[in-house]
Design a protein around this ligand. Structure first.
Ligand code: AQP
Length: 343
């Protein structure tokens, strides 16, 4: 069966939005608007899988919304909303809790990383997070999902859930007139030269909102001085930059900075090395500061302006939620019929 092409993706309002979120996800969200109908969600239900201060969560939700708009997502042509306003996400997630297998979830590396050694004390929500993510996507029967590389495994799980639902309920899906498959197999779109931006302090760790050191990341709201200071202090090695991409392989910090430059400049890493290969990091960092400030400065300023107008942001989210709810309810009604719930 051919499914209508539709894009869905989300960002958690769990703290400081950073360059990794921007280059790994949001830049692609913006580009995809030209070709697809897009739904972009501030995934607050996901955020509370780890403790969030109730006094802070509304501000963080509005900040992610502001980032979407400041980066160029059009909330009128597409849909921007926060997840908790559309109850169907949680409803479908419950059904997926009954479709997904414990063994599948036990393989999820993000749970292992985030729960760490204190696994017994992690929330059940953190464990079943990937089932909710599958529901987020499939409640809109979305076909394309732009994400950073760290979400690849969760996307594969979403595909497995869609497949198992289609198989388990094949007869009912057919009987209700939905053909051979009710859910599409959502495709991950992991694009660009910076699909996994690493910490500025440690090239083996991904740049993350929850890393205690603010020097590990560039926040989208950092001013020019903070950006410059963080890039200047970013860890490097003593060698000159290589001239070939292959030379970056054993040098994670160099690879990371070149990848960031390439993504911000809209170039490939090979193009960046053609210009900077053989040179010292000090000069490269000066160019990277200029580029990062030129690209991120206007976004940060616009975000700061937008968050000062919570009424406008709340209006965007409410309008998006109203439109999302129509699509989600349609899917959920069909799912109820397929599963055999009386309604
Ligand atoms: N370092 C990264 N490089 C590239 N892409 C990244 N993404 C996250 N970090 C990087 C992508 O950003 C989107 C939104 O991420 P999220 O808010 O759902 O949370 P996350 O993946 O858990 O990101 P964080 O920032 O690292 O948060 P914490 O510290 O809470 O774990 C996703 O598409 C993600 O791939």
């Amino acid at each position: 069966m051919a499914f209508k092409e539709r894009v869905f993706s989300g960002v958690q309002p769990s703290g400081n939005l950073h360059l990794g979120n921007y280059l790994g996800a949001i830049v692609n969200f913006v580009a995809l608007q030209e070709r697809y109908d897009c739904i972009y969600c501030v995934v607050d239900l996901h955020a509370i899988t780890i403790w969030q201060d109730p006094a802070e969560l509304p501000r963080a939700t509005r900040e992610v919304t502001a980032a979407f708009i400041a980066c160029g997502i059009d909330p009128k042509k597409h849909i921007i909303f926060n997840q908790s306003q559309v109850a169907e996400h949680a409803e479908l997630a419950w059904i997926f809790n009954c479709v997904a297998r414990v063994g599948w979830l036990n393989r999820m590396t993000q749970f292992k990383e985030k729960a760490g050694k204190d696994r017994e004390n992690a929330s059940v929500g953190l464990y079943v997070y990937p089932n909710l993510m599958a529901a987020d996507i499939l409640v809109y029967r979305a076909t394309h999902v732009p994400v950073g590389e760290d979400q690849k495994q969760h996307l594969e799980l979403s595909r497995d859930i869609a497949q198992k639902f289609n198989n388990d309920f094949a007869a009912s899906i057919h009987a209700h007139g939905y053909g051979d498959a009710f859910f599409p197999q959502p495709e991950p779109l992991i694009q660009g030269p910076a699909t996994r931006v690493m910490s500025l302090r440690d090239g083996s760790k991904k740049m993350s909102k929850s890393e205690p050191s603010d020097y590990s990341r560039i926040n989208l709201t950092d001013d020019a001085d903070a950006i410059a200071q963080k890039i200047r202090k970013a860890r490097t090695d003593p060698e000159a930059l290589p001239s070939e991409e292959k030379g970056l392989e054993p040098r994670p910090e160099a690879d990371n900075l070149v990848g960031i430059y390439a993504a911000l400049a809209g170039q490939t890493k090979a193009q960046v090395l053609r210009e900077f290969g053989g040179g010292q990091f000090s000069n490269f960092k000066i160019a990277l500061v200029d580029l990062a400030v030129a690209k991120l400065g206007p976004i940060g300023n616009e975000m700061k302006r937008l968050v000062q107008d919570p009424v406008y942001i709340n209006g965007v989210l409410a309008d998006g939620a109203t439109r999302a709810r129509v699509l989600a309810a349609e899917t959920m009604n069909a799912v109820k019929d397929i599963v055999g719930f009386v309604r």
